[in-house]
Design a protein around this ligand. Structure first.
Ligand code: ATR
Length: 288
């Protein structure tokens, strides 16, 4: 029997077109992800890669309503620059200073959001259903673009304190100032001591990613109720997550954030709320 990931449907004159703009874009899993849902729901739509050089970003975004495209995702290096060409930006995307989803309204206006926030939180809620954001301090490692979305999600969910540990301390301090809430910028060499009483540890650095050095951290100071989340998903099981599992801590991998961040975009463009299921996960894992 064919699975949703195998059945394709013909393109018609009414096919809705969405896609992902990036440079390069060939590595993106988003076409496979949205394509899975389009087939699963039998929607007359396509989701295509749009390789757009930075110099052409304004032209490409301005062309979306002209060509009847329903929306796009944005990936590296366009997430910040694209803000300049939007007609409306959600408050959380403004705080993050980056967007990943554009919806083209019928009147041609471009509405932008950053769905990494909901993606991050939905992944944690699915992977660690017993975790309560208000239960204690969170340690967030890294202060780059992904960290901003993580911090906004945690602060807005009621996290009482974020210990934001970063190699470059000024970057952590700047992030804390922009986002607000109780975020403390902590130097990298103090990361070990920060684990005490923390109920969540999130790695947003590139450490542990394929081809990068491992993250050196002894998890023994974490309480037994702590949840460990790595937003890295290649590899799926990072050394950090393996360490957490070895200590019987709840470990949540980063693939779910990628899957969940796509839900609001798909809903806005195609009018169906898609589900993040084991079948979808398996399909994307088979492509990693
Ligand atoms: P993204 O936008 O995906 O979050 P990024 O902005 O490049 O990516 O951020 C990468 C994060 O990994 C940063 O917090 C970076 O620390 P710096 O702000 O000091 O650059 C962190 N990082 C990368 N390599 C690291 C290393 N070897 N040790 C510690 N942190 C590292």
């Amino acid at each position: 029997m064919n699975t949703p990931s195998q059945i394709s449907r013909p393109i018609t004159g009414k096919t809705k077109v969405a896609g992902i703009m990036g440079w390069p874009v060939g590595h993106s899993k988003s076409p496979a992800l949205h394509g899975f849902w389009l087939r699963e729901h039998g929607i007359d739509g396509v989701y295509i890669p749009l390789p757009v050089e930075p110099i052409n970003l304004k032209k490409a975004l301005t062309a979306l309503p002209v060509m009847g495209i329903v929306g796009v995702n944005l990936t590296v290096p366009h997430k910040e620059e694209a803000l300049r060409y939007m007609d409306d930006i959600t408050a959380s995307a403004r705080r993050i200073g980056a967007i990943n989803t554009v919806q083209v309204q019928e009147n041609g206006r471009l509405i932008a959001d950053n769905t990494d926030v909901t993606g991050f939180m939905a992944n944690l809620r699915q992977g660690a259903p017993k975790w309560n954001p208000a239960s204690g301090p969170a340690v967030v490692l890294g202060a780059g673009g992904a960290s901003r979305a993580v911090c906004v999600g945690l602060i807005d969910a009621g996290c009482p304190e974020i210990r934001l540990v970063n190699r470059t301390p000024e970057r952590a301090k700047r992030l804390a100032k922009v986002i607000g809430g109780n975020i403390k910028g902590i130097p990298w060499d103090q990361r070990q001591a920060m684990l005490s009483e923390a109920t969540l540890l999130v790695n947003t650095t590139t450490l542990g990613m394929e081809g990068q050095p491992a993250l050196e951290l002894d998890l023994s100071a974490l309480p037994s109720v702590a949840v460990v989340n790595d937003i890295v998903y290649a590899p799926l099981e990072t050394p950090l997550l393996a360490n957490a599992r070895a200590r019987d801590l709840v470990a949540v991998d980063g693939l779910g954030m990628l899957l969940h961040q796509a839900v609001p975009a798909f809903t806005a463009w195609f009018g169906v709320v898609p589900q993040v299921t084991p079948a979808l996960r398996d399909h994307i894992i088979s492509l990693l």
